[in-house]
Design a binder for this molecule. Structure first.
Ligand code: 6PG
Length: 232
């Protein structure tokens, strides 16, 4: 895990939201890809609530990092959570759903990204910011340990079978995530601490991305420091 900047605070979601306001307002337009799961809920509530009017939303294009293969009104849907906690509270912004419930969702979303996001010198759409989470197993996006999508080096979005969850996901891949200008992880909770400590060795999916900023709470930081100096 090279080029790492770690912000430790009791509310990493607040710290990230404050950085988000700074960065979004400094750019004429911004493409942002957001993860699902439960951790971003607090961040979305802050951005939809007390910080909503601090953000120039009209310049923001929103994308999804990954999605479960369920309809958008399903309790498991990341889009449903994003709509409930953020989109319905904002002025009209350009947000692109992954449509993971249908066949060909990966190809369609890759085409949509290529249509809406300017490419870097290598021809890969260069998102301005990717907001990532991490599971206790060190997965990020829907790039789970031992799954096929970890090896994908060409395609930008794939369908990934996740045997350990007995499920299938649609997810952005490492080439797309690494091509982004910024990668911010939002991680909290002692259950994530052992994975964060291991991420430094690059042995877990979340550790395979370089040049990232981590917004974590003391429980995560504590484990990392104790395991780093062997005091655990
Ligand atoms: C998802 C997310 C996933 C998430 C981690 C952490 O679809 O679940 O994109 O990568 O970031 O699983 O999830 P929690 O925030 O719920 O711990």
């Amino acid at each position: 895990m090279q080029d790492v900047l770690v912000h430790v605070s009791d509310s990493p979601a607040t710290a990230l939201a404050e950085r988000f306001v700074e960065v979004v307002n400094a750019l004429p337009h911004m493409s942002v890809a957001v993860s699902g799961g439960s951790t971003p809920r607090e961040l979305f509530r802050i951005l939809a609530g007390r910080m909503r009017d601090a953000v120039r939303w009209e310049g923001v294009q929103l994308f999804q990092v990954d999605e479960r293969c369920v309809p958008p009104d399903d309790a498991e849907s990341n889009w449903r959570m994003l709509e409930e906690e953020l989109l319905t509270h904002l002025p009209q912004i350009e947000a692109h759903r992954m449509e993971a419930e249908g066949p060909g969702a990966d190809e369609r979303y890759e085409a949509l990204l290529r249509q809406h996001v300017a490419p870097n010198a290598q021809g890969v759409p260069e998102l301005d910011l990717v907001l990532l989470g991490m599971g206790p197993d060190g997965h990020t996006a829907s790039l789970f340990p031992g799954t096929d999508a970890l090896a994908e080096q060409e395609r930008l979005v794939v369908v990934n079978r996740v045997p350990q969850l007995d499920t299938t996901r649609v997810t952005m891949t490492f080439p797309l995530l690494q091509a982004a200008r910024r990668r911010w992880f939002l991680v909290r909770g002692a259950d994530k601490a052992p994975a964060f400590a291991q991420v430094r060795t690059g042995s877990l999916p979340a550790g395979l991305l370089s040049d990232c900023e981590w917004f974590i709470d003391p429980a995560v930081a504590q484990e990392a420091s104790s395991s780093a100096d062997g005091t655990r």
